[in-house]
Design a protein around this ligand. Structure first.
Ligand code: HEM
Ligand SMILES: *[C@@H]1O[C@H](CO)[C@@H](O)[C@H](O)[C@H]1NC(C)=O
Ligand SMILES: *[C@@H]1O[C@H](CO)[C@@H](O)[C@H](O)[C@H]1NC(C)=O
Ligand SMILES: *[C@@H]1O[C@H](CO)[C@@H](O)[C@H](O)[C@H]1NC(C)=O
Ligand SMILES: CC(=O)N[C@H]1CO[C@H](CO)[C@@H](O)[C@@H]1O
Length: 503
């Protein structure tokens, strides 16, 4: 027994010594960088931080999560800290800090347990990985998002036609948000796989419909998984497992058919007899660099997840506003009417300046990725947030979570003016000289900036133009104010219930 006891003491001493060393080195680090303490929000206890965790869960349930975060920042300033389920958590809306995390000190942060939460559905791809693996994915995926590929508006028009066909012309109420989620699923699957799931038209119970449903279900469950952090490994969810399997089988079928076709066709050279370019298919392009079916499936699903809900939500928020603001509808309509009913091409879309301001403003007040975070991989420092006035550097310990709320940052009056809460597209006019820099961040910034920004803006702009060309007016059929609809991204909590008046 004696030496077991001695061994225990040695272990204990070693442990304490390690704690002391890391404490001393952290103290030195803090001093060297002039760090001061962040404001700690009042908590019953900060060892577990259960009260703060509870508050976040409760406010998610009653759809006030983002407004609740805003209240915290109104009370405790641009940067504060809390403890949640045993982890140190920093919340910031300071553009300098966000820039430091996403760009300047990019290498010191990671996306944390994202792979654990998303892994069973998405596997390892651009969205779920970190470090060298992420760099590899990014290099593989990124070249395929240049202008030529995102501007395939003829194919997109076929989906728009189906969407317009589903909007009643007899004045009855329709939830546009539901249609937008179907539209972007259809167009994203066509772009990625070369086969659309046609959710706007495919019959109930078809494999395509099943795929869409299971992909949605899996995403909802991922939200819950993500909140569990590392504890997710103990979480059992047979429905989620089954949904992932259905999604995988469906995509694997498409990939196997593509692999069976002999050699990939070269986009640039593939001009058929009629002189028409073949449609751009992401999968076909990927086949030039890899023929590994698992890697292909994982990269494609990563992009589908990142690109589908986001674009649908941007459209939903914009129409939520249009239904309530005839002044904005009319100005937009006047600009679009100048096209004389012609379908717009890529260049035309780029030149619709009021439409651009509307989208900028929609993404400002309703950023579809409203809050985000990164995990410190080592002891590090943020330029602001320390000390009573929050102007001193702030120490972030290894393992600390830095959350940034784009939703709250986009409402800062010192950046956007006293009318920051108002939807006013004109604030983006050049003569107003708005220069938000890192204070405007709908698509993220730094090395992990959204690769689909042009794709999304083109698709959203085209959809808006085509709908406004088909309908004379829009009426809201929902008297409630906007509330958040948070899953992995943010949509409108009560949908977008409207009636459209044909021209
Ligand atoms: C309005 C539409 C969209 C918005 C607001 C948006 C926003 C974002 C944001 C904020 C991120 C950063 C996420 C993070 O690092 O934690 C991101 C990443 C990403 N987005 Fe988008 N996105 C949109 C549409 C799209 C589309 C249409 C695609 C593809 C077709 C796409 C593909 C991606 C990919 C692949 C990433 C991961 C990039 C990486 O980690 O390197 N996005 N997006
Ligand atoms: C929603 O939940 C939060 C956090 O528990 C609470 O502070 C807030 O009062 C609730 N709001 C409503 C409208 O129930
Ligand atoms: C209006 O049209 C929709 C289909 O577009 C139909 O489902 C609905 O019953 C119609 N309502 C009336 C009042 O005619
Ligand atoms: C408007 O939004 C686009 C896309 O998010 C962005 O590139 C542009 O810089 C924004 N405009 C201004 C004036 O910041
Ligand atoms: C058209 C195009 O840009 N295709 C590229 C897609 O990405 C791979 C590399 O990952 C290139 O080989 C293709 O040329």
């Amino acid at each position: 027994m004696g030496h077991v006891y001695t061994f225990g003491i040695i272990l204990g001493v070693l442990f304490l010594a390690r704690q002391a060393i890391s404490y001393i080195s952290a103290a030195r680090f803090k001093k060297r960088h002039g760090c001061k303490l962040a404001r700690q929000i009042p908590q019953r206890e900060t060892i577990i931080g259960y009260d703060f965790y509870r508050e976040r869960v409760e406010s998610s349930k009653n759809k006030t999560f983002l407004e609740n975060t805003k209240k915290r920042h109104d009370t405790y300033g641009a940067t504060w800290t809390a403890s949640t389920m045993g982890r140190r958590f920093y919340s910031t809306i300071e553009p300098d800090n966000v820039k430091t995390v996403l760009a300047t000190n990019f290498k010191e942060y990671g996306v944390g347990s994202r792979l654990k939460a998303f892994g069973p559905l998405l596997g390892e791809g651009i969205f779920t990985t970190d470090g060298a693996q992420w760099e590899h994915s990014r290099a593989l995926v990124r070249p395929n998002f240049t202008r030529a590929q995102v501007a395939d508006l003829d194919t997109f028009e076929t989906h728009i036609q189906k969407l317009i066909g589903k909007i009643p012309t007899n004045g009855s109420t329709i939830d546009l948000q539901t249609l937008f989620f179907q539209l972007t699923l259809d167009s994203a699957t066509e772009f990625l796989f070369g086969e659309t799931v046609a959710s706007l038209t495919s019959p109930e119970g078809s494999p395509q419909q099943q795929f869409g449903k299971m992909f949605d279900l899996a995403q909802v469950r991922i939200g819950a998984r993500a909140r569990l952090g590392n504890l997710v490994i103990f979480h059992r969810d047979p429905e989620f497992t089954a949904a992932c399997k259905i999604v995988h089988n469906f995509v694997d079928g498409i990939i196997n058919r593509a692999l069976e076709k002999a050699e990939p066709v070269d986009m640039e050279k593939s001009i058929d007899g009629t002189g028409k370019k073949e449609n751009y298919i992401f999968l076909t392009e990927m086949l030039k660099t890899t023929r590994d079916p698992k890697q292909l499936r994982e990269e494609l699903l990563n992009i589908l997840l990142a690109g589908r809900d986001t674009t649908a939500s941007l459209l939903s928020h914009t129409f939520h506003v249009l239904a309530r603001r005839p002044d904005i509808w009319n100005k937009l309509k006047a600009e679009i009417d100048e096209l004389g009913g012609e379908k717009p091409d890529y260049e035309t879309l780029r030149n619709l300046k009021y439409l651009k301001w509307v989208l900028n403003e929609s993404l400002r007040l309703f950023p579809v990725v409203p809050s985000n975070g990164r995990f410190a991989k080592k002891d590090t420092v943020l330029p602001r947030g320390g000390g009573a006035n929050g102007e001193s550097p702030l120490f972030i310990p290894k393992g600390g979570i830095v959350m940034y709320s784009v939703y709250v940052m986009h409402r800062r009056e010192d950046i956007y003016g006293p009318d920051a809460l108002e939807f006013r597209p004109e604030r983006w006019a050049p003569e107003e000289n708005l220069r938000p820099g890192w204070g405007y961040l709908p698509f993220n910034g730094g090395p992990r900036i959204c690769v689909g920004q042009q794709f999304a803006l083109t698709e959203a702009s085209y959809t808006i133009v085509r709908i406004l060309q088909e309908f004379a007016a829009i009426e809201s059929r929902d008297s409630t104010a906007w509330v958040e609809g948070l899953s992995l991204t943010m949509s409108s909590g009560n949908g977008v219930k409207v009636s459209m008046i044909p021209k």
